[in-house]
Design a protein around this ligand. Sequence first.
Ligand SMILES: NC(=O)c1ccc[n+]([C@@H]2O[C@H](COP(=O)([O-])OP(=O)(O)OC[C@H]3O[C@@H](n4cnc5c(N)ncnc54)[C@H](OP(=O)(O)O)[C@@H]3O)[C@@H](O)[C@H]2O)c1
Length: 254
Amino acid sequence: MNRLQNKVAIVTGASSGIGRATAKLFAAEGAKVVVAARREAELATLVAEIEADGGQAVALAGDVTLEAFNARLVAAAVEAYGRLDIAYNNAGTLGEMGETTGVSEQGWNDTLAANLTSAFLGAKHQIPEMIKHGGGSVIFTSTFVGYSFAFPGVAAYAASKAGLIGLTQALAAEYGPKGVRVNSVLPGAVDTPMYRDMNDTPEATSFITNLHALKRVALPEELARSVLYLASDDSSFVTGTASLVDGGVSITRT
Ligand SMILES: NC(=O)c1ccc[n+]([C@@H]2O[C@H](COP(=O)([O-])OP(=O)(O)OC[C@H]3O[C@@H](n4cnc5c(N)ncnc54)[C@H](OP(=O)(O)O)[C@@H]3O)[C@@H](O)[C@H]2O)c1
């Protein structure tokens, strides 16, 4: 408890799945949280749940592909809570899938915008605010896909998520001297709406589950605990990492 006491955090993609679970855990650990996604009603429900549990949160609905929204998110953190210490840039989409030679330029660009450009825009506005108070922790959600495992039909997703690892390293090197740590978490399959959209038959579920050494997929709360580690001072000497939380997908060939 209280591992994030006196910390202020932004969590994007908080209306659902991993982001929602992480926002709740951050608040339970004492952080004041600004939750973001496009769906306003889901965010309002989340804020009500956090407050009912004795935590503090405010919501801002919008699109993380827009620079102005990323700037407003940081302003909302400062306005509501006076500072920014932690930013979990987690919003993402599978984007346009299918045989790569059939992927539209628009679909490619939209996927990169949602998964990679959003992370750049988030960090661009978050890091200066963190530096004002001696530093902070920026975290992105990448994936094992495109890092330690390749699937056909997800080129834009894989490329955008692998791009986050380069961004992580560049930012960690650039802002480490100013006290800002930057890491990516690389989940295996996690039981969220995104996972269920893609794995909607018993065969698909069984195939994905079997890729993991643990022979199961994760709960969102399991990812949230790993993100908490990267957000908190427990990981004070950890920066620039691609942190696998993947149930062993990366070491399994069965
Ligand atoms: N589930 C998995 O197996 C898995 C594995 C590896 C990595 N990941 C990554 O984990 C992250 C979270 O995914 P999830 O599984 O929790 O999926 P999810 O339940 O579908 O959540 C995705 C979240 O991203 C938000 N979002 C998407 N596009 C956005 C945009 N343009 N602007 C603002 N918010 C946006 C969605 O909110 P709105 O729709 O309300 O905007 C939602 O809150 C993603 O980056 C995903 O790629 C997931």
